[in-house]
Design a protein around this ligand. Structure first.
Ligand SMILES: [Ca+2]
Ligand SMILES: [Ca+2]
Length: 317
């Protein structure tokens, strides 16, 4: 791994190639920025200023061509016109020719406001020429002026992309694992609620008494409303004690007074199951169903992750 991140020491010839590439990149940036200014000035009807910026761009454009094609010194405009037929890329020489012709047409019209059409034509020709030069440079970089630094950067990009992929993959696996665990715990809590609801119904049937009568409360969970955050409650807390007592009486009614197993008293997240006794609470014909409640994953009563199970009525149909 250490060798992957170690920057290579470049030979003298590679150093020269890197300097050439840095020069090309700098010149492309300068030309692009001024080409953008030319376009904006034309858009704002400042054609004369646009032409001045275009002419200031010309030496850098010629220098860019000379560095891309590795010519010893930048050609003058006249040199370029003579030699462009011999440039290795015919497309670039063709576009350069188009640009020069458009520029020459524009020059004598510099003070004429209606020269927009010619100005835009020149600006478009410049845009096409710059794009072709950038493409020529990319091809050159890929095949002829490749150095150990390019291989090093490619390796580095690959390693970083692989690391990002692995981190995302690990994050995805972790998220999926946690999600599945959460789903499993909710299923478990719902199954336990179902079991307890069935038990509560049997308690009513077996004793012939309502749940209000069995537990001795019309709302044994109401005491928990005073401090609905059940995360840090001890076994001695009133909410926990009341919940356990109500569940214990209900269980004992079915199981002939036996103690309720500890694991049945709490949900998948360790909070006590809560009861709201309702059937026949206010009148003989009060048909509201008794409710069993799990405060859910957040362990707070009254939030949207709470789970409930209605207990079947035994008396009021
Ligand atoms: Ca009630
Ligand atoms: Ca909750």
């Amino acid at each position: 791994m250490k060798t992957i991140f170690k920057k290579p020491v470049l030979s003298r010839s590679d150093q020269l190639l890197e300097e050439r590439k840095a020069m090309v990149k700098g010149l492309i940036r300068k030309c692009r920025s001024r080409a953008e200014s030319v376009k904006l000035l034309i858009d704002f009807s400042k054609c004369e200023d646009a032409l001045a910026v275009l002419e200031s761009l010309m030496p850098d454009l010629l220098k860019l061509i000379s560095v891309i094609y590795d010519v010893e010194r930048p050609p003058t405009l006249e040199d370029a016109e003579i030699t462009m037929e011999k440039w290795p890329d015919r497309k670039v020489s063709g576009l350069f020719h188009e640009f020069i012709i458009a520029h020459r047409t524009w020059m004598p019209l510099r003070t004429i406001q209606s020269s927009y059409r010619v100005a835009y034509k020149t600006e478009k020709a410049l845009e096409r020429l710059l794009s072709a030069l950038e493409k020529a440079y990319r091809n050159l970089k890929k095949h002829r002026i490749r150095t150990q630094l390019d291989d090093y950067e490619r390796r580095l990009r690959y390693v970083i992309a692989t690391m990002i992929f692995l981190v995302l993959l690990a994050g995805g696996v972790l998220w999926a694992g946690l999600h599945m665990l959460k789903v499993h715990m909710i299923e478990k809590a719902n199954a336990e609620l179902g079991y307890l609801a069935d038990l509560a119904y049997k308690a009513k049937e077996k004793t012939g008494r309502s749940l209000v009568q069995i537990t001795g409360s019309a709302c044994s969970y109401c005491v928990c409303k005073e401090s609905p955050d059940l995360r840090h409650l001890s076994e001695d807390d009133r909410c926990v004690k009341t919940a356990y007592a109500a569940l214990g009486r209900m269980y004992g009614a079915v199981k002939d007074g036996k103690e309720m197993p500890e694991e049945l008293k709490t949900d998948a997240w360790g909070s006590p199951f809560l009861l709201d006794e309702n059937e026949m609470e206010f009148r003989e014909d009060d048909g509201r169903q008794d409710l069993l409640i799990s405060v859910g994953p957040d362990r707070i009563l009254g939030t949207k992750d709470d789970l409930t199970a209605a207990i079947k009525n035994a008396f009021v149909k």
